[in-house]
Structures are given as C-alpha cells and as structure tokens.
Design a binder for this molecule. Structure first.
Ligand SMILES: NC(=O)c1ccc[n+]([C@@H]2O[C@H](COP(=O)([O-])OP(=O)(O)OC[C@H]3O[C@@H](n4cnc5c(N)ncnc54)[C@H](OP(=O)(O)O)[C@@H]3O)[C@@H](O)[C@H]2O)c1
Length: 358
C-alpha cells in the first residue's frame, strides 16, 4: 500500500503527536529527537488546556495545538497517546481524513480490523489496516512479548504464566505524582511494624491506586473483570494471543503494582511444544532483535528496573529450564514501559508506515 506524502519538508510525511504533553507523549518527543529524522513537519496536539504551550522536539520549540478535526489537515501519520475515550472518539475522525493512525490506547487493540503490531514479532501485520488504524499493545504485554516472540518462533509456545511488576508511570503522570507525594509523606516516619501504619501516614491520598504504593506492593492493576481478574491481566492474555496468532493459548497473569517510577518487570513461565535447552534459549535470546540477554547471576548480572530505565530493548535474565518440566523455561524480563512499552513501539510502527511513502 504505497502512499504519497501530502505536505512537509522535502516531501517527507507529516506527523502528528496527539497527547504530546502526557507521560508517553513526553517520551515520544525525546524519541523523535533521537531517531533518524524521517518526518517533514511534526505537529503537537493535546487538550485545549495545553494549547499554546511550547515543547521541544528535534531541537525546535513547537507550539501545542488543541485537538480538533482541522488539526489533522495535511497530516499523513498520527500517533495517539491519549486516554482510551479520547482515542475512541478521535482516531476514526483522523482516519476518515486519510491519516494513518497509530494508537497507543486500549480503544482498538482487540478490534479484528485493527492490527496489533510489535515490529520485532509481526511487522507484516502493519500493512493491512482496513480502518486506517494500527494499534500498539499495553505496556505489560510489551514487556514480555518480544522475548516470547523470539522463543515462540523457534519452539512453538503452548502455555504462559506471567507475574508482572508494574511501575507507577504505567498509570500516567498521576501515578508518578502519587508516588512522589507519598514518598514525602512517609519520609522519616517509622513504618512497617503495625497493620495500618502506612494507611495512616498516607491518608486517603492513594491517587490512581487502590492502596498506598510507596513502601508497598499492590496486587491489583486496572479495573475489575469477571471472576476476580483485572483488566490489565486480561489485556496481557488477549493481546499476547492476538500478536502471536495463538487464539487459544492458555495464559495466566497476575499484575502487581510496585513502587518503581519507570520500567515494568515480570517473571515468566513459558511451556513449549517440545523439549527446550537453556543453551539454545540463550542463543536465541542473545541474537533476537530488541532483546538484551543479561544473565550471569553468579557475577550479579540480572536486569532490574533501575538498570534498564531509559533504554530501548527488553532485558532478560535468570533463564532456567523448569525444574519439573523439560518443555518449559523460567525467566525474568525488564523493559522501560514508557519507551518500548509505549512510545518506542508506536514510533517503530509509525516508521514502518513512513517507509511506505515514496
Ligand atoms: N504510561 C504508560 O506506561 C502507557 C503504556 C502504554 C500505553 N499507554 C497509553 O497511552 C495513553 C496515554 O497515556 P499517558 O500515560 O501518557 O497519559 P497522561 O500522562 O495522562 O497523558 C494524557 C495525554 O492525553 C491528552 N488528553 C487528555 N484528554 C484529552 C482530550 N480530551 N483531548 C485531547 N487530548 C487529551 C493530555 O493532554 P493535556 O496535557 O492537555 O491534558 C495528555 O497529553 C493512554 O491511552 C495509556 O493507556 C500508557
């Protein structure tokens, strides 16, 4: 599906970043400044609250404009980094004006006419887009899927068990602000000996989380779904199945919010069609695009969120064969939820689309 750029510098496609002022949008502007400069004009769009603000992209101060139909005039590709309801309303508006939309929200991920794309795993899916919309997975799915895709291509995935440890920036600016406020409330206090201590110190100020997240772990992320599952857990199951093309893959996920600002991590138990070996798995992971194998526990080498924040790849360590099952692997993954988990994957998809422009 070749396309022709409408406007922009040197005939290059024009890009819009919708939600440029948010947690993901901010990282998107950094990525656009760091990646090869393939875009003509870059238009920054947010809510009317932010109209007139100036943000730096590619070393230039660029004014933010409010989200309106006209804001898409002359735009070729638009990245949407806005809440679900805003994307649900506005992505079809942009697509109807001929814009290819790459949406970061959850609004279209499971729409059968919207490809869910992870370039390292299913780049081919980006070329067929009946609604003019492409979708990028949830940050927790993205923290495991690049590694799983590489192992699946070799071994054939048969079952998946994930425990995800989600950073507070996964809940946007509000999540980060909440952890910072709570840190200041507990600084210097004696906590951890009586039930309710932390609740009393933090009060009702739990932000987007159901419990205090500072000095704590909260086994809940998202909203309630059937039979005790959370929306984040269902997203990992449904999205992994769609991306890997395995609609009946058995998947069990537990999502836990942890007091980490940025970078999600997860333990993974993956069972395959036949026997696996750790040596072969390491070989696959050491050469897989977008993956860094960092795995020498005897030398203190395994990834942690503090090490991987701000980096692009998915890091994997603690690779072991399951003790009681020669067809299964255990490992630990870590990735920046705002980079590969959101902005970077979106930028990579947009770059795939841009490559279609002559
Ligand atoms: N955070 C993550 O790790 C992560 C990972 C993957 C996907 N996502 C998804 O990415 C999207 C953005 O998340 P975020 O964490 O960046 O959220 P955020 O920090 O709350 O930012 C939201 C952005 O959307 C804009 N916005 C809100 N309401 C709007 C409206 N009515 N019209 C136009 N713009 C509006 C905001 O503009 P103003 O500043 O003007 O209000 C802001 O730029 C969400 O769908 C989220 O689920 C997030």
């Amino acid at each position: 599906m070749a396309a022709t750029a409408r406007t922009g510098r040197a005939g290059r496609p024009t890009l819009a970043v919708v939600g440029a002022t948010g947690a993901v949008g901010t990282v998107m502007l950094q990525i656009l400044s760091q990646h090869a400069d393939i875009w003509g004009d870059i238009r920054l769009i947010a809510s009317p609250r932010s109209a007139g603000r100036k943000l730096a992209v590619r070393g230039e101060e660029t004014e933010v404009v409010a989200l309106t139909e006209e804001a898409f005039d002359g735009v070729d590709v638009a990245m949407f980094d806005v809440p679900d309801e805003v994307a649900a309303r506005w992505a079809p508006v942009a697509a109807a004006r001929g814009v290819v939309v790459v949406d970061n929200s959850g609004a279209f991920r499971m729409d059968p006419e919207v490809p869910l794309v992870v370039p390292e795993v299913n780049a081919h899916a980006a070329r067929i887009r009946p609604r003019g919309i492409l979708s990028t997975p949830n940050c927790t799915t993205l923290s495991v899927i690049v590694v799983l895709g590489a192992l699946h291509a070799e071994y054939g995935l048969r079952e998946l068990v994930v425990s995800a440890f989600q950073a507070v920036s996964g809940a946007g600016r509000d999540g980060v602000d909440t952890l910072r406020r709570q840190l200041s409330l507990v600084a210097g206090t004696e906590l951890g000996t009586r039930p309710g201590d932390l609740r009393r110190a933090v009060g009702d100020d739990t932000g987007p989380f159901p419990e205090p997240v500072v000095l704590n772990v909260v086994p809940w992320a998202g909203t309630a779904r059937e039979d005790g599952w959370s929306s984040e857990e269902m997203k990992v199951r449904d999205e992994s199945r769609k991306i890997l093309g395995l609609p009946r893959l058995p998947v069990a996920v537990t999502c836990v919010r942890v007091p980490v600002v940025t970078a999600h991590s997860a333990t993974v138990h993956a069972r395959f069609e036949g026997e696996v070996t750790v040596d072969k798995a390491r070989e696959i992971l050491a050469t897989a695009p977008g993956v860094v194998l960092f795995d020498d526990p005897a030398a203190g080498e395994f990834p942690t969120p503090a090490d991987v924040v701000g980096t692009d790849p998915t890091w994997v360590g603690r690779v072991r064969r399951a003790l009681d099952d020669p067809t299964a692997l255990e490992f630990f993954v870590c990735g920046d939820n705002l980079r590969k988990g959101a902005a970077l994957n979106t930028a990579q998809i947009a770059e795939l689309v841009a490559a279609e422009f002559p």
